[in-house]
Design a protein around this ligand. Structure first.
Ligand code: GDP
Ligand code: MN
Length: 392
């Protein structure tokens, strides 16, 4: 689960970290007041207006604006609110801006990159840092991977001083300097927050060195391990439903696990493993899955209909592949669901069905007697071939 920058900053501020003050604004007037309350315009103080959407790359897309007076804050906010921000992370449909963070401006001397992530390979908490932080970090990672410094923290041992010293030297903060002490405090605070909230990622980009010679967190992305959310009801409450994919949200209401993808072949499968294998075989056969969808073990006719509805809501879908292994779930129930959904929704795209398992004969009979144009597949490979041919 992801949260907004303003929420992440609120959480992190409990860990003794240096974060510019900020206020949330839903209207241009609120943004103007927020800027005024941050003394924007007085003695040359500036403020930053930042679109609060779950995406990085806002700066380059027009979602971060420096303002010098409360009036400028009003104008910038008026322009940003309601706009659809298209960043390198949102996809072409972009994300609508509904709220803004108005933050104290900061005089930047240098921008650094700093992140904590779960490193599955080493079963540790990985650190990534770079002196080349800011808006072009993806390019740095691609063209100059040597400029990304890494280290691992073994969670059973904790954060060692030598790890802090190694990073401090590599980032040019020195040893024993005030800046090195500032960095040690920052790293310890971030690590503590990461552990306490069961994060999967905390990314600070940029971590800045200010003109005053201190470190400050200017941007922050936090993601949480969903399996640990039950331990953090206050974090779970931070979920912003407007940011979630509408189809994924709808699916979760019916107990379906759905993840939308970029292809054109809708998949309706029971069991997560079979759903993964189905996506693989579609790819191998030269097609592109439009989604991952696991209807679960105990799906009813109603759930199958809902699953079809969700798949068909994606305009990119040009064909559907149903791949069911009837174990607990019986093939005739699935077949009835397919027929009901196809009739109700007026299915206009090719449909390939592969059924196997409990009551398979009955299931096939229901499909063939339905009068619907359904291509029956004898195996998974056969089904994949048929749907790939059908959408081409
Ligand atoms: P992102 O593009 O979504 O990652 O948004 P960021 O919050 O990282 O902002 C993008 C860029 O705007 C940063 O890399 C900074 O260069 C700049 N920026 C953000 N906040 C401030 C600020 O308070 N003062 C100044 N001078 N620049 C800022
Ligand atoms: Mn950033």
């Amino acid at each position: 689960m992801n949260i907004h920058e303003y929420q992440a900053k609120e959480l992190l501020s409990r860990f003794g970290l240096s974060i510019p003050l900020g206020k949330l604004a839903y209207t241009a007037t609120e943004a103007e007041w927020a800027a005024r309350s941050l003394s924007c315009g007085k003695e040359g103080r500036v403020a930053v207006i930042k679109a609060q959407v779950h995406s990085g790359g806002r700066g380059k897309a027009g979602g971060v604006k420096l303002v010098k007076t409360p009036d400028e804050a009003y104008a910038a906010a008026e322009k940003m609110l309601g706009m659809t921000l298209v960043t390198n992370q949102t996809g072409p449909q972009g994300k609508k801006v509904n709220k803004l963070l108005v933050a104290e401006g900061c005089d930047i001397d240098k921008e650094y990159y700093f992140a904590l992530v779960v490193n599955r390979e080493t079963a540790s908490i990985g650190i990534m840092a770079s002196t080349e932080g800011g808006m072009d970090i993806e390019e740095v990672a691609e063209k100059h991977p040597e400029k990304i410094i890494t280290a691992d923290i073994d969670p059973t041992v904790g954060l060692h001083d030598f790890t802090i010293r190694k990073l401090s030297l590599a980032l040019g903060f020195g040893l024993g300097t005030p800046l090195a002490k500032d960095f040690a405090k920052t790293l310890k605070g971030l690590y503590q927050a990461f552990l306490e909230y069961d994060c999967s990622m905390v990314e600070i980009n940029p971590l800045v060195l200010t003109k005053k010679g201190t470190l400050a967190i200017l941007d922050c992305k936090m993601s949480f391990d969903e399996n640990a959310l039950f331990r953090h009801p206050n974090i779970a409450d931070l979920r912003d439903y407007e940011e979630d994919d509408a189809r994924e949200l709808e699916a979760s209401k019916y107990g379906l696990s759905y993840v939308s993808l970029e292809g054109n072949i809708g998949c309706l499968v029971n069991g997560a493993g079979l759903a993964m294998a189905t996506m693989d075989i579609i790819k191998q056969t030269g097609g592109q899955p439009a989604n991952f969808l696991d209807v679960g073990g105990g799906a009813s006719q109603e759930t199958v209909t809902q699953a079809f509805r969700i798949i068909l809501r994606d305009n990119a879908v040009k064909g559907i592949f149903v791949n069911i292994f009837g174990g607990i779930m019986k093939c005739d129930v699935i077949a009835n669901g397919i027929v009901a959904a196809a009739k109700e929704l007026g299915l206009k795209v090719p449909l390939v069905v592969r059924l196997e398992g409990t009551n398979v004969e009955l299931g096939k009979k229901i499909l063939s007697e339905s009068g619907l144009n359904i291509l029956s597949a004898s195996s998974m490979g056969d089904g994949a071939q048929k749907i790939v041919n059908a959408v081409k």
